[in-house]
Design a protein around this ligand. Structure first.
Ligand code: 16G
Length: 192
């Protein structure tokens, strides 16, 4: 069977009811005008990533954030399947422009299971990006708010992300702080 022909194009990477049943009552994020998961703005819809998003510009969207490299349909499908086979781990939320059928925003919450903290779990927010033509519509804020609420409701004892200096103030509105004495360390092995 050809990739993209297996009828799984619209199968979400995680159960969409988890996203649509989130309780935002404790979120302090303010929106003007109002936007929400169910109504992220005119002509837009918010949902979990699907296989078919490869054909809706998902990789091109990610390339607005960092180097993506050439990823074939087969490579994308294989990675999607690998993530899908780790239950309760990969919560990739996207925003689609329903007219153009393009993915114009995305953010990922990865849940890492731990032995510490009474076998708790840790959330990592990754790859938050909104297409440059859709900036100013509170979409990064909505994605971040959603991933923060999701990590809390999934029971994470903490959630973290990596941020450039000029984004620290933006991220602080979600209760994220640069912890005293904690530093992000990294060694890069490859330039892709
Ligand atoms: C930013 C992203 C991180 C992403 C990285 C890619 C957020 C909050 N942070 O740090 O998730 O993986 O950029 O950069 O979205 P790299 O390709 O140089 O590692």
């Amino acid at each position: 069977m050809e990739p993209g022909q297996n009828g799984n194009e619209n199968k979400p990477i995680f159960d969409h009811t988890v996203l649509y049943n989130l309780d935002f009552s404790k979120s302090t994020t303010q929106y003007n005008p109002a936007v929400s998961v169910k109504d992220p703005g005119e002509g837009l819809c918010m949902r979990p990533l699907c296989r078919g998003d490869y054909d809706k510009g998902y990789m091109s969207l990610l390339s607005q954030m960092t180097k993506v490299g050439d990823v074939s349909r087969e490579e994308f499908e294989a990675r999607f399947s690998a993530m899908e086979s780790c239950p309760d781990s990969y919560y990739i939320v996207v925003i689609e422009d329903v007219m153009t059928k393009k993915v114009i925003g995305s953010g990922t919450l990865v849940i890492e299971q731990k032995f510490i903290r009474k076998c708790s779990s840790r959330g990592r927010i990754e790859d938050v990006v909104v297409h440059n033509q859709y900036r100013g519509r509170q979409l990064v804020k909505l994605l971040m708010d959603t991933l923060m609420v999701l990590s809390y409701q999934l029971g994470c004892y903490k959630v973290s992300l990596e941020s450039e200096d000029d984004r620290l103030i933006f991220y602080s509105q979600f209760g994220l702080i640069k912890e005293e004495g904690q530093n992000y360390m990294c060694r890069r092995f490859k330039e892709m």
